[in-house]
Ligand binder design. Structure first.
Ligand code: PMP
Length: 290
């Protein structure tokens, strides 16, 4: 069991995995990526992640040299090579080496990088007690400038928000969109529960269309709960019965305080706990859905 890196299909030990300093991925954050997890050696929603990777690439005129099927095979091969059962896989496609100018046409060797490692985003106890988050000043990228649906390697918008959040003593931070509506957190999507209805911002609010978000919406619908993708204000969040975040690394985690306001009872709520349990069962193979 070891962390391993694949670059264009060739395996390297982490310390030996290197790409050029002229890669536009490094020079400009010019590339796309995915964060994927495996549970007991099974990769969760691999095809969906790979689809999103290719969609992101298409949106930025980045040609990926291999097919989606071949990409899935490469990711599988890297996981098998690592022998890690519960892995976090970081898949990146960079624009490749170019000149020091911005011209993407000079980049002809886009690099496919797969890192297989492990991840623990939040301390275990926070899954019991819930997270405290704050809304940060920096707005989520305007969708017309750099659509957050593109999972690009330029995550500065999120990093600036995360720094602001940490300065306020929080591990995750809530970002608003250019209209002042609730968008998403720096690395997670947000949900609220109000009077038995699950609500989350629509993709048009300028968010990443999270794979975990999609899975949780399906689980809620399957259990008969109404699910609405609607614009949310901070008032909606403050006055929610429950609030939680979803993400590949975070899975499902309750939020119990936002901007100093207690959410609901101040403890992870019953809907959150139920969806968290169901998501764990789904991801760990206890509840297979096609
Ligand atoms: N929003 C952002 C900005 C993210 O980076 C992520 C992934 N870490 C998510 C939401 C959650 O997406 P997913 O469930 O596909 O991991």
């Amino acid at each position: 069991m070891q962390s391993i890196v694949s670059i264009n299909g060739k395996f390297y030990q982490p310390q030996d995995a290197k790409i050029s300093v002229f890669d536009h991925g490094l020079l400009y954050g010019d590339g796309v990526f995915e964060g994927i997890r495996s549970y007991g050696g099974q990769i969760f929603r691999l095809k969906e992640h790979v689809r999103r990777l290719f969609d992101s690439a298409r949106a930025i005129w980045l040609d990926i040299a291999i097919s989606q099927e071949a990409m899935c095979d490469s990711i599988h091969a890297a996981l098998v090579k690592s022998q890690i059962q519960d892995a976090y896989l970081r898949v990146m496609v960079t624009r490749g080496c170019g000149t020091l100018g911005l011209d993407a046409d000079m980049c002809r060797d886009s690099q496919i990088i797969i890192i297989v490692d492990t991840i623990a985003l939040y301390p275990d106890e926070l899954y019991e007690t819930g997270l405290k988050i704050v809304t940060v000043v920096v707005p989520r990228n305007h969708p017309a400038a750099l659509n957050p649906r593109i999972k690009s390697m330029n995550y500065l918008n999120n990093i600036l928000a995360k720094i602001e959040g940490k300065q306020a003593g929080c591990l995750e931070a809530l970002m608003l969109n250019h209209k002042g509506e609730v968008a998403e957190c720096t690395g997670d999507n947000i949900f609220i529960v109000r009077q038995g209805v699950l609500r989350t911002p629509p993709t048009s609010a300028g968010i990443l269309e999270g794979v975990t978000r999609g899975a949780v919406m399906e689980l809620a619908e399957d259990s008969g709960m109404p699910v609405r993708e609607t614009a949310l204000t901070l008032f909606d969040v403050y006055s929610a019965d429950e609030c939680f975040l979803t993400g590949t690394a975070a899975e499902v985690i309750a939020v119990v305080e936002v901007d100093g306001r207690m959410i609901g009872t101040g403890k992870p709520g019953p809907v959150t706990l139920d969806l968290k349990k169901k998501f764990h069962a789904l991801a760990r193979g206890g509840l297979i859905k096609t």
